[in-house]
Every structure is written in structure tokens, then in C-alpha cells.
Design a protein around this ligand. Sequence first.
Ligand code: MV4
Length: 451
Amino acid sequence: MLLKKILIANRGEIALRVIRACREMGIESVAVHSTADADAMHVRMADEALCIGPPSASESYLSIPAIISACEITGAEAIHPGYGFLSENAKFVQIVEDHGLTFIGPSAEHIRMMGDKITAKETMRALGVPCVPGSEGGVPDLEAARKVASEIGYPVIVKATAGGGGRGMKLARDAAGIDAAFQTARSEAKAAFGNADVYIEKYLTRPRHIEIQVFGDGKGNAVHLGERDCSLQRRHQKVLEEAPGPAIDAETRARIGKVCADAVARIGYSGAGTIEFLYEDGEFYFIEMNTRLQVEHPVTEAIFGVDLVREQIRVASGLPMSFGQDDLVLNGHAIEVRINAERLPNFAPCPGMVKTFHAPGGLGVRMDSALYGGYTIPPYYDSLIAKLIVHGRDRPEALARLQRALGELIVDGVETTVPLFHALLAEPDIQRGDYSIHWLEKFLAEKLNQG
Ligand code: MV4
């Protein structure tokens, strides 16, 4: 039986994304919001809305008691966490379940397993997923660090087991740098996460960031939905994502996709997940698994013609997935750009009143945004204001459509990252799909800042 009423523990475009899926499925939606978000679009669009606290996220969108209470008040039987906030908090999932509520996402056990990067890597390695060469498990002391590093060869990277997403990493270019990298990584990890445990990997110098979308039914069945290339990042924030990856062919996709689907099937994984790899010289190296729906999921939805949030809700309701691997046929090419309220060239947040907003449209254009004309972007949350997703029959058509759609977009009153995307589309490397994880930072340093 399908869930009847879902509370969305999030805000902005992802809250709208979940509300839309609920409405199409005939499910009631409950929005929660901080006092700073009383005028937010998710509050207007949901069937019901409840204020849960002051502007600070730690007292509202991250407040477990406030969110559980909101379920009790409204009679919501399930919680969709979106991304960020409480979406990968195993303790939260445990509390949700202890209250007889349903968490729309994986089990607390799987979230905890993948949240600890050493455990995640050991689990994936045991399941036959290719990993970056490095230490077997944690590295306890300096002596062990020097030994592992000289065995795998420099450069190496020291990573915090409790880190992830670029937090808690230290590079050692040669033997002279290992002591400092190890000690600094440990003390920073202890300070930031309360856990000093670190592991060591060979540092890959020019990889792409390729992530595989997986989906499990929690009963031992799982599929993959190909890859996304998310190499274009600034300070570990993705800026543009595309699917399929320009460097990945159909045979490679099928091979790594099957490895990933089999791995998550074996652990009985439930719901949407992303297995992140570095991809260099034709080889995949697992780095992390994200146990949530990701910001960039729409590019995968576009090329496979599926609704991932609908599937999340079905599986959380105890229903089977609506597709199997053979039903998933890749069609065309999709690109997403993240439009932030930020001032270039430094990407300084630029909150404030949006006087005019006009979203692009037409064939192959999707705009996921909670913006409207007259809305004031509050300064308390992240600066993503819209995701523009284009779909074409092939990559050149998607690129042309992106340029066309960006030209139609109007956001007056705040600065945005739109000019960056016009600049990117003019670059031959971007047109060819020839870029690694370092391409964007280099471009920003050389081209954007110098004018
Ligand atoms: C690496 C790496 C090179 N070699 N691991 C950064 C975020 C976190 N998910 C993993 N990260 C990296 N791990 C090894 N063994 C380079 C990065 C990295 C990176 C990865 C993906 C996208 C952008 C990046 C930017 C800098 C460093």
C-alpha cells in the first residue's frame, strides 16, 4: 500500500521536487519551514505547512525533535529528507523508525556503513568493486603511514574516515610530506568529526569524477542507471553535471553498472544511491558512496525517462520498483547547470530580493527552482536557486539547447552564476567533453579572474 501522507524535511527546489512526485501519486504532502522561509515556495505548494523553528538550520531543518513533532501534529507517516540536512544521518533514521514512521531512503545500517569511509571501502572491495590502491583499513600511526605510502608510491592522499565530499583530506607529494599530511589529517579529523581515524590512498593526478546511479528495492534486487560525469567542480561544489559521461562508452557503462548494481543488491540496499568513482586511463576507482537522492539526479531521469522520487516512495511503501534493468534504455544526452545566487568571480553569496524571474522552457528544458518574482532569497541557507536541465538527442544538441535556455532565463535583483555557464559553453574543451576534476579551477584561475 502506497504511503498516504509524506512530510518533506527540506526546503527550496528539492522540497518542490518531492511535493510534485507526491501530488502525481495522490499522496498528501506536508512542508516544514523555518521562520525565514514563511514566504518560501515549498510552503505554498505543499498541501499543509508547519513552522518548525528559527532561521538557523540547526534549530529548524536539522532539528530532529521539531521534525518528529511535525509528523505527530500533521499525521504524516513518512519523511522524505531530500539532500543535505538530515538525509544521511543514521541517528535520525533510527529515531524516525523508533517513532513508527517511515524514512524514505536506505536503512540506518547502510547509511552508517557508507558514512564511515573505511568501512564503505572495505565493504565495496569485498563485493568486487574496484577501489583506489591504498591502506587496508585505517592507518594507526606514523610508522604505518610511511610504510603504506612508500609501498603504493607517491603522491598519496590521507583521508579521514569520517570525512567525505572533500572534507578531511591531505596530500603528500613525496616522502618528505607524509609526516605532516598524516599528523594534520588526524588532528583536523579529530577536531572536525570527533574521529581521528584516517586511511591512505594513491593520489590520482588527473581523473574524472564519474558516479553511478543505483537503485535497490531492499529485498536483494537492484538496478543501475548509468553514470554522471561531475568533474566540473569548484571547491568540491559541483557546477555542471552531464549524463552519459563523455568518456564512457556503452560497454564500459554496462560493465561498471553491473558491478555496482550487484554490489548494492548483495547488501540488500533500499532506495536511491550513488557510487562515486575516480576514472583515469580507462579504469574505475571507488571513492565513496552517497546514500541519498543527489542534486544532479535529473540528468539521469532525463536520459532514462524515469522518476527517481516516485521510485523512492514506491520502495519505501513496500512496493516493487516499476522497472527492471532491461527496461532501462538510455536515450540521448542531458546536462544540468547549478545556478547559484553568487557574485562572480569570487562566488560570494548574493542573497536578496528577486525582482523579476522568468524560467526558460520549450522542448527538452526542465527548470527545478523554488524562485518566484518578488521572493527574497534568505542569507541562511545554500545559494542554489535553480537547476537548469536540458535534454537532447545527442551531446551537441544538449549543448545548443543549454545555450538557448540560458539566454531565455531572467533573474533580476541578485547576481547569479549564469555568466560562468556562457563562458564555459564557449570553451573548446567543454564542447569536446575533454575535462578532468582540475579543469574548472584552472579555468577560473586563468580565464575568469583575469578577464
Ligand atoms: C581523491 C583524489 C585523487 N586521488 N582520491 C575529493 C572529494 C572526495 N569525494 C574525494 N576527492 C578526491 N579524492 C584519490 N585517491 C582527488 C579528489 C578530488 C576531487 C574528486 C572529485 C571531484 C573533484 C575533486 C577535486 C579535488 C580533489
